[in-house]
Design a protein around this ligand. Structure first.
Ligand code: GDP
Length: 418
């Protein structure tokens, strides 16, 4: 049961974007930040030139690359519902495997980006296995559909053969390589064609004749996969009834969260095609903090564990997952709040270091701004200024609460010089 105090959490998605180096993680992230910022007038973005300037500035300032958790907002297309999408940086290089594992702990879902001309590469496989280990639901984005050699079928086959997972294509590309024109939404049976280079003007239409047969075949497989995880849908399927879009989305969502279905999307981040549909899919298929198992904590001097369901009114339980040196404010400790509410100016207990610590200011990091807030609630991520002792992987609980250590990964403390 979701209480009134928890209801905001249904509109939260905490996600990571994971990829093999060069598959397009940075480009995809930048585009996500562009489209999420655009709908909320972050920055004065009016035309193509301004957009590219904005991205260049961001790149120079290094904000999109370095923020360990960036908070963005997205209005689900076709609705008035606004969602908070926190993007957690998952290091893309194989040397940072430990860091990838640590970041897996704080996200609720992931987008696995593949280069569709390369298929599933070795490093994508490593990240996929890590996501498996941490039980992270994911959707796949077959990027670079415009590139020579791009093949959606290659990505689907590789997911099957190299990752041993069953791909559930929810989209189909209209053309490949230089012929890549747009994307067919298999669930809604609509075609999206892009009419400007920014990817902001999208014409929706019926499925073009030439793709109709293939899409019908894929849709049938999708319905069969969804019916496997949803009894009502199975009944309908057996009786030859067509599910509604809502029923199909709900069943795919359930299968994705249970990690029995891996929706596959396609696009070209570089050519601004498919990124808005990818954001919609994040909302449709990836879980809110209420839909993932509650984090467990180990009670001191006992074999017992306790759970911290995502609830702002519960006991404070937060995990520090990244320490960064900031030239202006000094040490920034990125935290995910699992339960309770962290207040600026309060005292917390660092259960890992066995120290009482004072929380200074709290920040939410946006793509091109920082917002000072007075509290961070369950399900939220942000940065704390003022924590002197907290290191990565440390558990923060309420001052005076019984000592509990959150499930974390045992990693050596990096030496940070400030
Ligand atoms: P990362 O290492 O995964 O972060 O990859 P980047 O985003 O830096 O992209 C690697 C290279 O691929 C860059 O040269 C990008 O311009 C290029 N790239 C990214 N997305 C696309 C795409 O959709 N199509 C094409 N053709 N190139 C892309």
């Amino acid at each position: 049961m979701t209480t009134k105090a928890q209801s905001y959490l249904t509109h939260f998605r905490n996600i990571g974007i994971a990829a093999h180096i060069d598959a397009g993680k940075t480009t995809t992230t930048e585009r996500i930040l562009y489209y999420t910022g655009r709908t909320h007038n972050i920055g004065e973005v009016h035309d193509g030139a301004a957009t590219m300037d904005w991205m260049e500035q961001e790149r120079e300032r290094g904000i999109t690359i370095t923020a360990a958790a960036t908070t963005a907002k997205w209005k689900r297309s076709g609705t008035d519902q606004e969602y908070v999408v926190n993007i957690i940086d998952t290091p893309g290089h194989v040397d940072f495997t430990i860091e990838v594992e640590r970041s897996m702990r704080v996200l609720d879902g992931a987008v696995a980006v593949f280069d569709s001309s390369q298929g599933v590469e070795p490093q994508s496989e490593t990240v996929w296995r890590q996501a498996d280990r941490y039980g992270v639901p994911r959707i796949a984005f077959s990027n670079k559909m415009d590139k020579t050699g791009a093949s959606f079928e290659l990505v689907l086959n590789d997911i099957r053969e190299r990752l041993g997972a069953i791909p559930a294509p929810v989209q189909y590309p209209m053309g490949e390589e230089s012929d890549f024109k747009g994307i067919i939404d298999i669930v809604r049976q609509r075609a999206h064609t892009y009419t400007n280079d920014l990817g902001t003007d999208i014409v929706e239409s019926d499925i073009p004749e030439q793709f109709a047969g293939k899409v019908a075949e894929m849709r049938q497989q999708l319905i069969e996969a969804a019916a496997e995880v949803d009894e009502d849908l199975m009944m309908m399927y057996l009786e030859g009834e067509e599910p509604s879009v809502e029923q199909l989305v709900a069943a795919i969502r359930k299968g994705t969260i249970e990690k029995r279905i891996f929706p596959v999307l396609c696009g070209s981040a570089l050519k601004n095609k498919g990124v808005q549909l990818l954001l919609d899919a994040v909302i449709d298929y990836l879980p809110s903090p209420l839909e993932v198992p509650a984090i467990k904590g180990k009670i001191e001097d006992s074999e017992d564990t306790t759970e911290f369901p995502a609830d702002p009114e519960g006991k404070l339980a937060a995990l520090a997952f990244k320490i960064m040196a900031d030239p202006y404010v000094g040490r920034l400790t990125f935290v995910r709040i699992y339960s309770g509410t962290l207040q600026s100016g309060s005292y917390v207990y660092n259960a890992s270091k066995e120290k009482r610590e004072r929380v200074g200011r709290l920040l939410k990091m946006h793509a091109n701004s920082r917002e000072e807030v007075t509290e961070l609630k369950a399900g939220e991520l942000g940065a704390v200024i003022g924590l002197k002792d907290a290191g990565t992987g440390n558990t923060l609980i309420g001052d005076g609460d019984d000592k509990v250590l959150l499930e974390s990964i045992d990693v050596p403390e990096p030496v940070i010089k400030l």
